[in-house]
Design a protein around this ligand. Structure first.
Ligand code: URA
Ligand code: SF4
Length: 218
């Protein structure tokens, strides 16, 4: 099968971006095919001067309707875990590797599909622009898709989580964050069944490491 290639988002990114301009411009993006079935592009939100950026995969069903990241069930898990780890959810900037919701429908339900690496690559200019504007000191990577977006396809969250990592050289940004910390995706906590309490505790433990890195670099 031929590898899918997409034009990528670069030509839709404004020359003199601000976060509101990115938000507006992303609504016109045709950098890959995901805009077609989604309600809107969901850009990052939160504190524009946040020292910490949280990077998820893509908007879910609720985020697609409401236009903001992490406002659905995964977002509730994330907010609880942040608070428990001593990180004020009001002082983070939350975004996703991919800005449109990839899904299929089953009856009336919209079922999440993980974005392909070609979607992640196509959407990278938006994330790069957000990184350049927010200039966080640290980035918490939530799950495998976000990790692959930064470190490439060999990234495995199970092996990489919980430890301070350097910003990936392959992902050029002007003033890169000082550190990255990977952890599981909050949706993985929701899917963990009987292991849910342990999965949640693991997420909180990783976020505590991020909290201490933030305190060190304050
Ligand atoms: N999952 C994500 O990765 N991002 C969101 O914004 C919501 C759910
Ligand atoms: Fe553009 Fe990203 Fe949406 Fe694809 S997913 S259309 S690259 S904003």
């Amino acid at each position: 099968m031929a590898r899918e290639t997409f034009p990528g988002a670069q030509e839709w990114v404004p020359d003199r971006p601000t976060l509101p301009r990115l938000q507006e411009a992303a609504q016109t993006c045709r950098g890959c095919d995901l805009y077609r079935d989604a309600t809107q592009a969901v850009m990052g939100a939160g504190d524009p001067d946040a020292p910490l950026m949280l990077l998820g995969e893509q908007p879910g069903d609720r985020e697609d309707r409401e236009g903001e990241p992490f406002v659905g069930p995964a977002g509730r898990v994330l907010d609880d875990a942040l608070a428990e780890a001593g990180i004020d959810p009001a002082h983070v900037f939350t975004t996703n590797a991919v800005k449109h919701f990839r899904h299929h429908t089953a009856g009336k339900r919209r079922i999440h599909d993980s974005p392909k690496s070609a979607h992640v690559a196509a959407c990278a200019p938006w994330l790069r622009a957000e990184l350049a504007l927010v200039r966080p000191r640290g980035v918490v990577v939530l799950g495998g898709t976000a990790g692959k977006a930064l470190y490439g396809s060999s990234f495995k969250v199970g092996e990489a989580r919980g430890e301070r990592r350097p910003w990936p050289e392959r992902y050029a940004v002007g003033d890169p964050p000082a550190w990255v910390l990977a952890t599981i995706h909050p949706s993985a906590v929701l899917r963990a069944g009987e292991e849910r309490a342990a999965a949640y505790a693991g997420l909180v433990a990783d976020l505590r490491v991020a909290a201490s890195l933030l305190a060190d670099s304050a």
